[in-house]
Structure formats: structure tokens, C-alpha cells
Design a protein around this ligand. Structure first.
Ligand SMILES: C[S@@+](CC[C@H](N)C(=O)[O-])C[C@H]1O[C@@H](n2cnc3c(N)ncnc32)[C@H](O)[C@@H]1O
Length: 214
């Protein structure tokens, strides 16, 4: 399998020092204000989150992965599939049903800030192929550099992040360490079957994904 995704052009090596310095400067906390529509979205699902253990498929796209993850984790009473794109959410998974899955239009960073403020923790948070923003000048757009990522780390008991770009995996792991959490693994791996639309696409191209486990 190929290691390097052909569409990733730009930054060629992880900028671990920059990632560490950014979180050190912020003291491990970066505040974020919550808009009205985001507050309403969270209020809608909050009772389910308070009712039992839940997982979050953050940046779920069409939500296909949220159904697959729900099937694989029967102990969780709810899986929230989060995406900021109404078009993606509307497009996908229409043929799939599972009462335990709730797809929600919301922003990842804000959602986890709200989760933390509510004193709730996700049992498992999945980040499957987050937007890489591969150009060096776009590093601050990557999820692990944004305010709210700190809340995601504190409000998730376990995290699994998958990417097709090693630089992203290594910088993500650095951000986790800079926030004081132990990283269990940063490794290339072979999924037994594609779990999401993007994973299917990358596997079909012969690319080997990376994952970070926390
Ligand atoms: C590359 S796609 C991956 C989708 C899906 N996880 C998969 O593996 O097929 C990234 C998704 O994250 C969503 N996204 C990016 N940034 C987001 C944010 N800050 N909050 C919520 N969704 C976001 C995008 O709308 C997009 O659907």
C-alpha cells in the first residue's frame, strides 16, 4: 500500500514545536463563545447525553460511519454524528436506521465546549478523516490548533482519530501530549473494512490510513 496520499501537497514535515508552543502559550485552555443555533442544537440532544453512555462521531460527513460505529459499540446508548454541513448530513445514510444514532448539525469545537460546561464526557470520540488543511499557512485551521480542541480532549474518555496524512497524525498526537493526555498509539493501520465514505475512497486508492489512539 502507498504511504503518501497524492493530494497532500504542501507541508512536508510535522511542526511539532509550533503545536506544543501554541498550547503552552494558551496554558492548555482556549475559550470560545457559543452561538444561538449551536446552543439550540446542544439543548436538543442534551437529555439523551445525560441518560446514558454516549459516543461522538465528530465530523461525520454523511453519517454513514455513525451507524457502523453504533453497530460496533452496543454498550453505548447514543451515538451523536456531528457535522457542520447540512448538505452532507442530508445526503447520507437515508436508508440507514438506528434509534441510538442521532445526526446533528453542529460545530465540533463548540459542541465539546458545551459538553464540558454541562459536566458530560463522551465515552468514545471518533474523528474520522478531519479536513487536513495541508498548506503550511493553514496549520491554524486544523482542528488540533483551534480553541475548543482542549475541551474535546478533556471531555472524551477515549479518542480515535484517523487520517490519510502522517503529518496530521503526528501533529495531532503532539497537541494531545501538550494538553497533558497520554497518547496510546500513532501508527499506520489496515482497517478490516471501510467504516466511512472517506475511508472507502482512500482504501480504493491504495492509501494506508494512520490512526492516533488516546
Ligand atoms: C473529510 S470529511 C470526512 C467525513 C467523514 N468523517 C468520513 O470519514 O467520510 C470532513 C467532514 O468534517 C466536517 N467538518 C469540518 N470541520 C468541522 C467542524 N469544525 N465542525 C463540524 N464539522 C466539521 C466537514 O463538513 C466534513 O463533512
Amino acid at each position: 500500500m502507498k504511504e503518501a496520499p497524492p493530494e497532500i501537497q504542501g507541508q512536508s514535515a510535522p511542526r511539532l514545536e509550533l503545536v506544543a508552543r501554541t498550547w503552552a502559550r494558551r496554558g492548555g485552555r482556549a475559550s470560545l463563545s457559543i452561538g444561538a443555533s449551536q446552543a439550540a442544537a446542544f439543548a436538543e440532544v442534551r437529555p439523551r447525553l445525560e441518560a446514558g453512555p454516549f459516543g461522538v462521531d465528530a465530523g461525520c460527513g454523511t453519517g454513514r460511519s455513525s451507524f457502523a460505529l453504533a453497530a460496533a459499540t452496543p454498550a453505548l446508548s447514543t451515538i451523536i454524528g456531528l457535522d457542520r454541513s447540512a448538505a452532507r448530513l442530508a445526503k447520507g445514510a437515508a436508508e440507514l436506521t438506528d434509534a441510538r444514532v442521532r445526526l446533528l448539525r453542529a460545530r465540533i469545537e463548540e459542541f465539546f465546549v458545551q459538553l464540558e460546561a454541562a459536566g458530560l464526557q463522551s465515552t468514545q470520540t471518533w474523528l474520522l478523516y478531519p479536513n487536513p488543511y495541508p498548506k503550511p499557512g493553514r496549520i491554524s485551521a486544523r482542528l488540533y490548533m483551534r480553541p475548543g480542541f482542549d475541551a474535546l480532549v478533556r471531555s472524551s474518555r477515549s479518542i480515535e482519530m484517523r487520517t490519510n496524512w502522517e503529518v496530521y497524525a503526528r501533529e495531532f498526537a503532539q497537541a494531545i501530549s501538550s494538553l497533558g493526555r497520554e497518547v496510546e498509539a500513532v501508527e499506520p493501520f489496515d482497517p478490516p473494512a471501510p467504516i466511512s465514505d472517506f475511508e472507502r475512497k482512500y482504501l480504493a486508492r491504495g492509501q494506508r490510513p494512520w490512526r492516533v489512539l488516546v
